[in-house]
Design a protein around this ligand. Structure first.
Ligand code: GLN
Length: 200
């Protein structure tokens, strides 16, 4: 299994290390030609405006959009913003997830915090959610499933078909359950593609 990590800006190295610790081959994505032969994509946290501008400059926006119909995507924090259809700002986004987000919804960098989260689909103790100038999901379309809300009801993890998005940063913790969850999504998709190609 090969997973691409968008490596334009942000904490892509932490995602790469977390995936490699789980035995996944990681490909750092900087240009469209890096997108060949990968089974899933992670879009790290960072500054979504910078990620968007660089992605557009390198010709990645259209390629990533096309690929999102084929392989699983996971965006964390700034990556969640980059995947959303409506971010309330004029900035380049993929617009592949049917949701409206509010950037920096919990305040500034100094207001970063950690919170224990209950996430649908994850067994065991609460997940340590690290929030750094994090976005929240304000509303979702009917195909988007809510996986986690904080106490006041704000949505911080969602899934739409093959796409996962989290407001917080699992790659900055030693808890690898969300990375394993995503690897399982990738595994299911590549198995069904393989099965499909065998039949045809
Ligand atoms: N505030 C950033 C944005 O909206 C995201 C911050 C992060 O990824 N830690 O793009």
């Amino acid at each position: 299994m090969r997973i691409g990590v968008l490596a334009l800006q942000g904490d892509f190295e932490e995602h790469s290390s977390a995936l490699q610790r789980l035995g996944v081959e990681v490909v750092e994505i900087r240009l469209p030609e890096d997108l060949h032969d990968i089974d899933g994509i992670v879009i790290p946290g960072g500054e979504s405006t910078t990620i968007g501008k660089l992605a557009r400059q390198y010709g990645l926006v259209e390629e990533l959009k096309k690929l999102s119909n084929k392989i699983p995507f996971w965006g964390t924090c700034g990556g969640l913003v980059f995947m959303a259809a409506d971010v309330g700002f004029d900035q380049p986004v993929l617009g592949i997830m049917d949701m409206k987000v509010e950037r920096n919804a919990f305040g500034r960098q100094v207001e970063s915090f950690e919170k224990e989260l209950r996430i649908e689909g994850l067994e065991g103790p609460p997940f340590p959610g690290v929030f750094i100038r994090a976005p929240v999901v304000m509303s979702v379309g009917k195909n988007v499933k809510i996986l986690c809300q904080v106490d006041d009801g704000r949505i911080v993890a969602v899934r739409q078909d093959n796409m996962l998005a989290t407001s917080f940063h699992p790659e900055l913790t030693s808890d690898d359950r969300l990375h394993r969850y995503f690897i399982a999504m990738v595994g299911e998709t590549s198995c069904s593609t393989l099965a499909g190609s065998k039949i045809s």
